[in-house]
Design a protein around this ligand. Structure first.
Ligand SMILES: Cc1ncc(COP(=O)(O)O)c(C=O)c1O
Length: 375
């Protein structure tokens, strides 16, 4: 019987392994392991791909978020509004700089925070005596948040905008703008399973602002603008040359990999359409969905996941607990956010990855259909 893993990273890496191993040999012989020309070349590629002036490679997506906030001067006494449905790193970065995360609800159709839910949370924060300084939308599962409306909201309210595009490289928003380019800073993760993945951890900040780029560069290297002279305290958060070489070697394949994801998403949409599931809508041009994850919603989510697991199909719950109900944020005493809670109760990510074979996807579809047929 066909076993279907949630993601078969090894199969994807096999496509690039010989090329990447060759480049890694070159890096070893150059022995320029930290920052250097390969990191700079990758930064140039990323800035161009995002249509922004600057890109700065850092050690992870989490650091990209945290250093962006620090570079924008956000810290104690400030509040940052962000959706309650995301990976913890989004809100964690806010707390890490000493600011207060304020959670907004999400739009059930996209699972992203929208202009209305952000505005509600900003009002709530102000009524509670907090000082919102920034909004941090997340392009969840590879779909851009409604960034045009959020830019307008931020501009009207004099707020900074930091976009968590960790899951969305290659996506475009409803105005056709590349993910990451919406605001004062856009943050990417190159965690190995991301659509563009390193062979280890990696991340980057993209920004149209020279001041933000310069400060992230300084912060990633212990606050130094020149060797051993530290104008502020930073940390070590450098992207290394080996990871930059892996990422550069993969850039030429990113579009083809995204096409394969999009094809698989279309097939799921066509072949699961008649079931009592909520399927993710495709993006309407000029928007582009990067399909980092294909997340369906189902009232009997846990039973569906167990059914799939018992038949060797691995589906994952992204995310079981919304941020405002995480133990680590309990002291914030945030109010109920009903749509976010519903998303976390009902959402299930089906396998989608560029190396997924047709027979593997046929098996996922057959087993999902079997769950409802037998019900
Ligand atoms: C939405 C989101 N934000 C931030 C991160 C953090 O990225 P990293 O794992 O590279 O630190 C991730 C990924 O793991 C993510 O999915």
């Amino acid at each position: 019987m066909t076993r279907v893993p949630f993601v078969d990273l090894a199969a994807q890496e096999r496509e690039v392994a010989s090329e990447v191993l060759g480049v890694l040999g070159e890096v070893a012989s150059e022995a320029r392991f930290i920052l250097g020309p390969r990191v700079e070349a990758f930064e140039r590629w990323l800035a161009r791909a995002c249509g922004v002036e600057h890109a700065v490679g850092v050690a992870s997506g989490s650091d990209a978020l945290e250093l962006s906030l620090r570079a924008l001067g956000i810290g104690p006494g400030d509040a940052v509004v962000t959706p309650a449905v995301s990976f913890v790193a989004t809100a964690e970065s806010i707390a890490a700089v000493g600011a207060r995360p304020v959670f907004c609800d999400v739009d059930p159709a996209t699972m992203n925070g929208g202009a209305r839910t952000f505005a509600d949370a900003i009002d709530r924060a102000r009524r509670a005596g907090l000082r919102p300084r920034a909004i941090m939308p997340v392009d969840l599962f590879g779909r851009c948040a409604p960034l045009g409306a959020l830019r307008a909201l931020a501009a009207a309210d004099n707020l900074l905008l930091v976009e968590d595009a960790a899951q969305a490289i290659g996506a475009r928003d409803d105005g056709g703008r590349p993910a990451g380019s919406a605001g004062d800073a856009g943050c990417f993760s190159f965690f190995p399973t991301k659509n563009l993945g390193a062979w280890g951890d990696g991340g980057a900040v993209v920004t149209p602002r020279a001041d933000v780029a310069a400060r992230v560069r300084r912060l990633r290297a212990h606050g130094a603008d020149e060797p051993y002279v530290h104008s502020e305290l930073g940390r070590n958060s450098r992207l290394d040359a080996l990871q930059a070489a892996v990422l550069l070697a993969k850039t030429s394949r990113l579009a083809a990999w995204q096409d394969r994801r999009a094809r698989a998403a279309r097939r799921y949409a066509d072949e699961l359409e008649d079931l009592p599931l909520v399927l993710p809508a495709d993006a309407t041009a000029p928007a582009v969905h990067a399909w980092h994850a294909f997340v369906v919603r189902c009232e009997r989510r846990d039973a569906l996941q167990a059914w799939l697991r018992s038949r060797d199909v691995e589906a994952r719950v992204y995310y079981p607990v919304p941020m405002h109900r995480q133990p680590c944020f309990a002291s914030l005493d945030e109010p109920d956010l009903p749509e976010a809670e519903n998303v976390c109760r009902t959402s299930l990510a089906l396998p989608i990855f560029p190396a997924m074979r047709d027979d593997q996807q046929s098996r996922v579809i057959e087993v999902v259909r079997g769950f409802f047929d037998g019900a």
